[in-house]
Design a protein around this ligand. Sequence first.
Ligand code: BMA
Length: 356
Amino acid sequence: MKKIFSFLAAFAIATNVAASTGSDLLQRLEKLQAKGVMFGHQDDPVYGCSWKWDEGRSDVLETAGDYPAIMGFDLGGLELGWEKNLDGVPFDRMQKEIVAQHERGGIITISWHAYNPTNDENSWFQPAGNAVTSILPGGALQPKYDKWLDKVVAFLAACKDKEGNVVPVIFRPWHEMSGGWFWWGATACTSQEYRQLFQYTHKYMTEKGCDNIVWAFSPNLADKEDVEHYMQFYPGDEYVDLIGIDVYQFSADNKVYQDNLRRELDVVKAVGEKQKKLIALTETGYQNVPDPQWFTQTLLPVVKEYPISYVLLWRNAWDNPKENYVAAPGKPTVKDFKRFCKDKKVLMCKDIKKTR
Ligand code: BMA
């Protein structure tokens, strides 16, 4: 059975039929990893530094000449029945862009800054009680969590391409859990509770028919990282397909950032080899990028040293002038960013479309 399946999957890829299940996408990611590092950008086609909601636009396209290979979107607010996510992106537009990115041969990753189930405050609000246990089996809010997951399942199921296939996505729920800022993070629940949350989410969505997901696990930068620390929240091999890390630059010292990146990626690489998982730099960036050569001189050399599937830069926020992570027309980083995107090792959307 397994043999027939992998034969069919290989056939689908060879004949240029779009990958539609999570395992198809995983195979595609594995193939692409051998070619280079995919470039990704959060909320790329919905807003940029100086525009919002225009269709067909992208700061990456307008500076580097192509769409990113990976586009990231966030579901925060979907669980509350909102029409727009926490950053103002209408969910129907998001679905349209997910399908459009898939149709042009690109790949999608989805994060979820879910609101706090105990009080509907945002992800960063830390209540006195334990929000995670309240939604796990036995918790008072467990039925509410199932309803949230039903909304996520319905959202994903509605992202269908022209042939009617559900678009496969890299889903990265409950990210940055090793930090102390989210209601699912290290200061809000135990690592065992966290693992249960991830496992429950995986099981529930799989039972509801979500077979289009590559499941991603991504802690954040730690002061001291080692395999044991990284694995503290790991839900288990059967629940995870890709492992990553979120690392940002916070000071003008590029070397500190590079050292942090290398320290983390050394660990992620070791874990990836041991657990046989793909690895990625699931979020990174430097707010407003004050160094005009940051992309080729600081980020690129490190990214090239590791067998990572992709690097995702965070959003060029329309609603917060501080949060600009990639170049945009008129910015001093444009020339360097273009060079970064043109590097042979960096894969943009056109570079990956043949492997659909
Ligand atoms: C954070 C910040 C917030 C944003 C959230 C979800 O890292 O960018 O401004 O609301 O991600 O996109």
